[in-house]
Design a protein around this ligand. Structure first.
Ligand SMILES: C[S@@+](CC[C@H](N)C(=O)[O-])C[C@H]1O[C@@H](n2cnc3c(N)ncnc32)[C@H](O)[C@@H]1O
Length: 415
């Protein structure tokens, strides 16, 4: 048998992909060697009425004939063999025979795949594989490239590293998924898998937007930040949306920025769903409180420098009656202080910390839109931070880090 030649480049003759339903339809294979041996199993699986025309076959092909999986005509090809055929595969080692079959196929308008000369073919066989009911077929114009891509895709499907929408693998319910700090690569593998299975996604403003762009068209995306009403009403509306969609049989992913349980109201949503009898899965996320400083070159702990880090919300100021933070105690700690939602109130917070004993020259770093392309870091001290934030027009979202860790990696992390 002659070695198969590579497919010519698809340039200028883009193949049109199609899945042929061949069950019960006459398919003719000319040549019973190695190529036929490789291609026949898929044709047998298709249920085609398979006719092999070849004076000789490999033992494996003979076994297929013996098993009744195809009809073997043990003779050379002759004109007229394609009568009534829907598809023909040419794989003999005689170029003249192959050309004659091609000519008849052209005349009879039967799509013809040629293993010896792809440029003379009217159909190209893709590199194909199957996993869990899916057929993967790859045509690149280069058989090796096609096979490598096919192997990567089928392998990825099998080992789960390639996230797919596995239909109905999830019953109705809710998953509270931490989306990480903003870079779409920083969601967990589990979070990404569940997202790929979602019927409905209720997304936060800080959830990675790029992940939403990847969702299939039929997935309903609800932008939680656009839900009207005040803060509390909005949360009730979100809870209601989660519950109602789950009750309607949908698998709902609540995609949050960072981690669902770090100032993310994940607990409230879990309780609301539990009360309505909705099953909930919680998928941790990488919290901005640690990762945003990290991507700006700040470790929240460093041996010999700090033995603690404290994460505090600054959404209400220290003198606000709604504040439940013991700012005196926070000021008395020597370790790292990480402030979230604190841009607006940083002046009052810094003043309170200094008032209760934290030195005014304590280093401060503000990291805005961390892990995204727009990330920026602004440095100050507790004494200067209010002025610097205003002068530099720092805007939320930002993580503010207070403590000596701010400069500990400065030598290695100049920006
Ligand atoms: C409502 S809290 C949610 C925190 C989130 N659950 C987490 O674990 O990161 C929102 C605050 O997180 C911080 N934040 C979240 N993503 C950020 C980012 N990419 N860059 C800077 N700060 C961020 C900001 O302080 C923002 O105001």
């Amino acid at each position: 048998m002659s070695a198969p030649t590579p497919h010519p480049s698809t340039e200028g003759r883009t193949p049109y992909p199609v899945g042929l339903l061949l069950a019960g339809r006459r398919v003719v294979v000319v040549g019973g060697g190695q190529v036929a041996q490789r291609r026949l199993p898929a044709l047998i699986d298709s249920g085609a009425d398979l006719h092999l025309i070849s004076p000789a076959t490999t033992p494996a092909v003979q076994a297929m004939a013996d098993a009744g999986e195809l009809t073997w005509h043990a003779r050379p090809y002759q004109d007229g063999d394609l009568a009534g055929a829907w598809y023909v595969l040419v794989s003999s080692d005689d170029p003249a025979v192959n050309a004659a079959v091609s000519a008849e196929a052209e005349r009879e308008r039967v799509f013809c795949s040629r293993s010896d000369d792809a440029s003379a073919a009217t159909a190209w066989t893709p590199a194909s594989g199957r996993d869990a009911g899916a057929t993967v077929a790859v045509l690149t114009g280069d058989p090796r490239h096609s096979a490598a891509l096919r192997d990567a895709i089928v392998g990825g499907l099998r080992d789960g590293s390639l996230a797919t929408r596995s239909y109905r693998s999830h019953g109705a319910g809710v998953a509270l998924v931490g989306g990480g700090p903003g870079d779409p690569d920083l969601i967990t593998v589990r979070g990404r898998r569940l997202l790929a299975d979602a019927d409905v996604v209720v997304a936060d403003r800080l959830a990675p937007r790029e992940l939403l762009a990847e969702l299939p068209e039929h997935v309903e995306v609800i932008d939680a930040s656009k839900i009207p009403y005040g803060r509390q009403m909005a949360q009730e509306a979100i809870n209601r949306a989660l519950i109602e969609h789950a009750q309607a049989g949908k698998f709902v992913v609540r995609l949050k920025g960072g981690d669902p349980y770090v100032f993310g109201r994940g607990g409230e949503e879990l309780l609301a769903c539990a009360e309505a009898g909705i099953p909930v899965t919680v998928v941790p996320g990488i919290s901005s409180s640690i990762s945003v400083p990290e991507t700006a070159g700040i470790p929240v702990t460093h041996r010999g420098l700090t033995q603690e880090f404290t994460v505090v919300s600054g959404h209400v100021g220290p003198d606000d009656p709604r504040s439940v933070t013991n700012w005196q105690a926070v000021a008395g700690m020597s370790g790292t202080l990480v402030l979230l939602m604190a841009v607006d109130k940083i002046g009052a917070i810094a003043a309170k910390l200094v008032e209760h004993g934290r030195p005014a020259d304590t280093p401060v770093a503000i990291v805005q839109e961390g892990t995204t392309a727009a990330q920026r870091r602004v440095d100050a001290t507790l004494g200067t931070v209010a002025t610097v934030v205003e002068a530099e027009a720092v805007k939320p979202p930002a993580v503010i880090v207070v403590g000596d860790v701010v400069n500990v990696l400065a030598a290695a992390f100049r920006r």
